[in-house]
Design a protein around this ligand. Structure first.
Ligand code: NAP
Ligand code: ZN
Length: 348
């Protein structure tokens, strides 16, 4: 076994503290990656604090992982020692159900294995990227084609990037489409950049007046303060698609009313408590749809990384040391991050 330093939550109420974990020795199909940077997703916080009531402790979060390959198994063909590599939210799935056959491992009918807190349906716990090293099956490891100097800023693409790219592609964001992005946090700022690069007309909805200028700089054509009813009314019945990234329960009707006939709002935010139920009349009168979306498959994650490399898209980050994580969580809860914390693992 390989010893690895890590940071873990030992219970829902305890801060994250130094911890040691074991990784398996790389098998024939495995890639071992020494982690250089790991992004801090709001899902890490939900999990560390057991907000989804499914956390296995000790919990080592982190699923926006980038680093360097230090060992490969005999049957590995796509990676060699020294390569840059990424790992996102999944490290395995059944590989033979319909969604897995379609490359949509995130919807694996037998439950994909999460990079941390997995497998969902029993088995041993998994430990994520708040650690020195990780061993992952080759088919769940991603190639990084960005410039190495941008590596820390690439880390958040592994979750925030794919979680916004996948629904934007699925619901066909592109030229001639009016797309709303709700919430300018880690996911939201990637959503704005990616939707803009896809050619859509992008409107950012934020509760933070201080983020208006950033929203425009990141690629929004317009920014709307979602707590101002007059600004919201001006956008009624216009949107083809709205991607809602908000991490807290809120009034969905305020956004459903902005969709045009057959428009869709997709929820990717996963608050601990439910949203108030929307008013059905807001759905039935314009055949509007309310949907959800979970990260993206491995093939699509590679497609997203390549798309972002081609379009010069990375995340706007604040680089932190591992021992800042508990403060980072508190700041994330106050929407006080521009726009993703990334941990520098060199200082673990
Ligand atoms: P984040 O960085 O904290 O961003 C969330 C943003 O939501 C905030 O920056 C804020 O934007 C807005 N917001 C927060 N509280 C709000 C409130 N009470 N009312 C209205 N707006 C509020 O979080 P994140 O990492 O982007 O993650 C967002 C959510 O997506 C989390 O629940 C996370 O678990 C979930 N997630 C889901 C998937 C998936 O596959 N579906 C994948 C990853 C993460 P403004 O300041 O602009 O208003
Ligand atoms: Zn995430």
């Amino acid at each position: 076994m390989i010893h690895s330093k890590a940071y873990a939550a030992l219970s829902a109420s305890s801060p994250l503290t130094p911890f040691e974990i074991q990784r398996r020795n790389p098998g024939p199909e495995d890639v071992q990656i020494d982690i250089l940077f790991c992004g801090v997703c709001h899902s890490d916080l939900h999990t560390a604090r057991n907000e989804w009531a499914n956390t296995l402790y000790p919990s080592v979060p982190g699923h926006e992982i980038v680093g360097r390959v230090v060992a490969v198994g005999d049957r590995v063909t796509g990676f060699k020692v020294g390569d840059l590599a990424g790992v996102g939210c999944m490290v395995d799935s059944c590989g033979h159900c319909h969604p897995c056959d379609e490359g949509e491992e995130q919807y694996c009918e037998n439950g994909f294995t999460g990079t941390y807190n997995g497998p969902v349906f029993g088995g041993e716990n998994t430990y994520g990227g708040y650690s020195q090293t990780i061993v992952v099956k080759e088919s769940f490891v991603l190639h990084i084609h960005h410039d190495e100097k941008d590596l820390a800023n690439v880390a958040p693409l592994l979750c925030a990037g794919i979680t916004t790219y996948s629904p934007l592609r699925h619901w066909k964001a592109g030229p001639g489409k009016k797309v709303g992005i709700v919430g300018l946090g880690g996911l939201g700022h990637m959503g704005v950049k990616i939707a803009h690069a896809m050619g859509a007309y992008v409107v950012l909805f934020t509760t933070s007046p201080g983020k208006i200028e950033d929203g425009k700089r990141l690629g929004a054509d317009e920014v709307c303060i979602s707590s101002d009813p007059a600004q919201m009314t001006a956008h009624a019945n216009q949107f083809d698609f709205i991607l809602n990234t908000v991490a807290a329960p809120h009034d969905l009707d305020a956004f459903l009313q902005l969709l045009k006939l057959d428009g869709t709002m997709t929820l990717v935010g996963a608050p601990a408590a439910p949203h108030p139920s929307p008013n059905v009349f807001n759905l039935i009168f314009k055949r509007r749809q309310l949907a959800g979306s979970l990260i993206g498959g491995i093939r699509e994650t590679q497609e997203m990384l390549d798309f972002c490399a081609q379009h010069d898209i990375v995340s706007d980050i604040e680089l932190i040391n591992m021992d800042y994580i508990n403060t980072a969580y508190e700041r994330m809860l106050k929407s006080d991050v521009k726009y993703r914390f990334v941990i520098n693992m060199a200082n673990l």
